[in-house]
Design a protein around this ligand. Structure first.
Ligand code: ZN
Length: 201
């Protein structure tokens, strides 16, 4: 993948839409670190109880034990426990994760973060955009568009707005390419956001 730096920490980000294999790639990297006899700590935002507690589980049923956390600061409490830190569903941990990741990397830890880079409206989903800016290594995964088979960058919500949606309810979303993606309210589309910015100047 890449040559690891020596005598320093660093940040890796694995981003993309739902169903793009982010968790699977995260598990793959963490497994290899374990095989290399490194101490690994794995965290998952507490809000995601999609599958079993205390495990990262990919859509293809790959599993690895994990610690549920409610906020990014909870991760720092484990700073002494490991050399490699994995974080899944990072979009639920808020902007504080940027500071936590930088602090761990500054403390010579390897930090691997997986999460959605855009939300169901197609807009940048913090904290991933800021993490991309400060990371050494970035992997952008794409899913397959269920409508046309193109590489899919977007997460389409396929239930009516106003309907209650459980976070991580996979049946409420599907991957779509740029051509097939339909944002719920066009006012929120990236194109319109940019033109609104122009108007404000
Ligand atoms: Zn498509």
């Amino acid at each position: 993948m890449f040559d690891f730096p020596h005598d320093t920490g660093w940040i890796e980000v694995i981003c993309g839409p739902m169903f793009s294999g982010k968790t699977e790639e995260l598990i793959r990297r963490l497994r290899r670190a374990k095989i290399a006899k490194q101490r690994v700590a794995i965290f998952k935002a507490g809000i995601d109880t999609r599958y079993e507690e205390d495990q990262l589980v990919s859509h293809s049923q790959q599993k690895i034990p994990s610690i549920g956390v409610r906020n990014a600061w909870d991760i720092l409490a484990h700073a002494k426990d490991a050399d490699v830190f994995g974080v899944d569903e990072a979009q639920f941990l808020g902007i504080e994760l940027v500071e936590v990741a930088a602090e761990l990397a500054g403390d010579r830890k390897r930090v691997i973060i997986a999460g959605l880079d855009t939300d169901y409206r197609g807009l940048p989903f913090e904290p991933i955009p800021q993490l991309l800016a400060i990371a050494e290594y970035i992997t952008k995964e794409l899913a397959i568009c269920v409508q046309c088979g193109n590489p899919a960058k977007f997460t389409q919500r396929i239930v009516e707005s106003g309907e209650l949606i459980l976070v991580g309810a996979n049946e409420a979303y599907e991957p779509r390419c740029r051509r097939c993606f339909r944002p719920p309210d066009p006012i929120y589309s990236v194109k319109n956001q940019l033109s609104l910015t122009e108007l404000k100047k």
